[in-house]
Design a protein around this ligand. Structure first.
Ligand code: SAM
Length: 283
């Protein structure tokens, strides 16, 4: 019988944020795969855990995941821990989980600390619908594509960011999204934990004067639905019905669907849209 892969959440700062089940599992498994074994050794020593460790990180994840899955298939139980927080959230864990499933290995996740969720709960922004964007990609084109995609997103947006890229990222977010409420959470669960709910412009001005230090999560309010509606309205207000239809058809809507959207925007019936198209001789 094959073994089981345990995803074990570890503290994101405060060592007391570890669950009894994670400690028990780390003691009982045959092997612990850790993102940085030197870093994790401190955690294991603190809890007097003597289970052997092996490294599993961004640069060996494909090959090492193969090896770990072989071990699992041979009956070994393995725990995955990363530098901090929940494995597979913005770290190499995702690859191992995928390969484990590909080989029908059982996986379970032991819940615990996660900077995304801890930050979101402290944000004071809407938590009902949110989009976790992790780190924005470093590739310029890809970064621009994602920022463009987020412009009209009405969900709360959550980003991870390193201190040396904080200002650059906030400036780009301002350019893409305009001024919005932002909650900047820093050093969660640590002695210098700070939460600052402000505007993007205020944050940018302040961080021009102080050097960002520590680990950050940025939580930004989504675009207001009202603002989106006003923008949408001004987009078609000066257009004729055929031009208005073209906007939706260019977005990939079928003619029938586009007629429905146009009718809804203009507060008229589909029949009136149809008639206007006939009058303009558009089929
Ligand atoms: N798997 C982790 C989790 O569950 O949150 C995230 C790993 S990701 C490589 C590291 C990023 O998470 C950091 O750059 C920072 O943005 C965020 N992070 C981790 N610990 C944090 C903390 N104590 N306070 C604020 N942000 C933190």
């Amino acid at each position: 019988m094959s073994g089981k892969l345990y995803l074990c959440a570890t503290p994101i700062g405060n060592l007391e944020d570890i669950t009894f089940r994670v400690i028990k599992t780390l003691n009982e498994v045959d092997l612990i795969a850790a993102e940085d074994t030197r870093h994790s050794r401190k955690l294991l020593n603190h809890f007097d855990i003597k289970t052997p460790m092996t490294s599993y990180h961004e640069h060996n994840k494909i090959e090492k995941a193969k090896y770990l899955v072989e071990q699992l298939l041979a009956g070994k139980d393995i725990a995955l821990i990363t530098d901090a927080g929940t494995p597979a959230i913005s770290d190499p864990g995702e690859e191992l989980v995928k390969q484990a499933y590909d080989m029908s290995v059982q996986v379970t996740s032991l819940p615990g600390p996660c900077a995304l969720i801890t930050g979101l709960t402290l944000s004071g922004l809407s938590t009902g619908r949110f989009s976790f964007e992790a780190f924005l990609p470093s590739d310029k084109k890809e970064r621009a594509r994602i920022l463009d995609e987020l412009t009209d997103d009405t969900r709360t947006l959550v980003f991870y960011e390193a201190p040396h890229r904080l200002q650059k990222t906030m400036k780009e977010l301002y350019e893409a999204l305009g001024d919005r409420t932002i909650t900047i959470v820093r050093e969660l669960t640590k002695i210098h934990e700070t939460v600052w709910r402000t505007s993007l412009t205020d944050a940018i001005v302040s961080y021009d004067k102080i050097e960002p230090k520590g680990e950050y999560v940025l939580i930004i309010e989504g675009k207001s639905i009202r603002e989106l509606e006003i923008e949408k309205q001004s987009m078609w207000e000066e257009k004729t019905i055929p031009e208005h239809m073209k906007i939706y058809m260019d977005q990939g809507q079928e003619k029938k669907e586009a007629m429905k959207s146009v009718a809804k925007d203009r507060g008229i019936t589909k029949r009136q849209v149809y008639q206007a198209l006939l009058d303009a001789k558009v089929d």
